[in-house]
Write a protein that binds this ligand. Structure first.
Ligand code: ADP
Ligand code: MG
Length: 253
């Protein structure tokens, strides 16, 4: 099997009262292991609806979705939850952390639902490893309100990584962050991708999409453009460049 995501003529229609909204109008898409894909498009073009379907947070109205070889539409609820849990992690624009629990406990959370359950020591070990991956080992005991936006998003990424998924999905992960912090998040994504992780993320900023290997553009519920990025930006290099420029500013008389 050569694809991790296979969509065939997927549609999603919302019905509110008498009104029908055709949010996704027939999307077919193949994404292979190791890709890093940006999904772009104007507000309302169906990006989040598509991502929620990819993340098994929502079911399509018609069409089929194979996630890592399994036909999601044919799976029972529990089997789907287990398949989802072991295959993918999801990152939201607004972090979605539990505010009254530490960073470490937030990251441990998905492991409570893992079957077989890893046991509490192993659970802690894996959560600490995920925090280390995002450079936050030193903040394990901090609560979300003691962390910056960028740090909160890194905790959310660690939480998405804790089950060691093949696929990371992110809906506007840098949408609430400043430029420098956004580049730091893209650096984490690029490191994960170079380690073999497949990444699909929504962004409406071309600057951010240029860190990816493939750009897909949606309009009115359809894919209108799908192209490879041949000269993707390197986030680590961009971050260093920004640091140099800022140091120069501070040193200026
Ligand atoms: P994007 O993420 O690209 O901004 P969305 O997928 O959120 O787009 O929305 C696509 C369309 O579907 C929009 O017209 C939006 O208003 C509509 N929509 C999204 N979610 C719902 C919902 N839960 N109920 C009804 N309409 C919705
Ligand atoms: Mg959206």
């Amino acid at each position: 099997m050569s694809e991790i995501i296979k969509l065939q003529d997927l549609t999603r229609t919302y019905r509110t009262g008498d009104v029908e909204v055709h949010a996704v109008r027939g999307v077919s898409l193949l994404i292979r292991p190791g890709e890093m894909v940006a999904i772009m498009g104007a507000s309302g073009s169906g990006k989040s609806t598509l991502m929620n379907t990819l993340g098994c947070l929502d079911r399509p109205t018609s069409g089929s979705y194979f996630l890592d070889g399994a036909d999601v539409g044919k799976m029972e609820r529990d089997a789907l939850a287990a398949h989802r849990n072991r295959t993918l992690g999801f990152v939201f624009q607004s972090f979605n952390l539990l505010s009254r629990t530490s960073a470490l406990e937030n990251v441990e959370l998905p492991l409570f639902y893992s079957r077989p359950h890893p046991g509490s020591r192993e659970q802690r070990k894996r959560a600490l490893k995920a925090l280390e991956t995002v450079g936050l080992s030193g903040r394990a005991g901090h609560h979300p309100n003691q962390l910056s936006g960028g740090q909160q998003q890194r905790v959310a990424i660690a939480r998405a990584l804790v089950n060691d998924p093949k696929l990371l999905l992110a809906d506007e992960p840098t949408g609430n962050l400043d430029t420098q912090t956004s580049i730091e998040i893209m650096e984490i994504f690029q490191n994960l991708n170079r380690g073999g992780m497949t990444i699909v993320m929504v962004t409406h900023e071309l600057d951010i999409a240029r860190y990816c290997l493939r750009q897909i553009v949606m309009r009115d519920g359809r894919i209108v453009k799908d192209k490879a990025v041949n000269d993707r930006l390197d986030a680590a290099a961009e971050r260093e460049q920004l640091n140099i420029e800022q140091d120069a500013l501070h040193l200026a008389p």
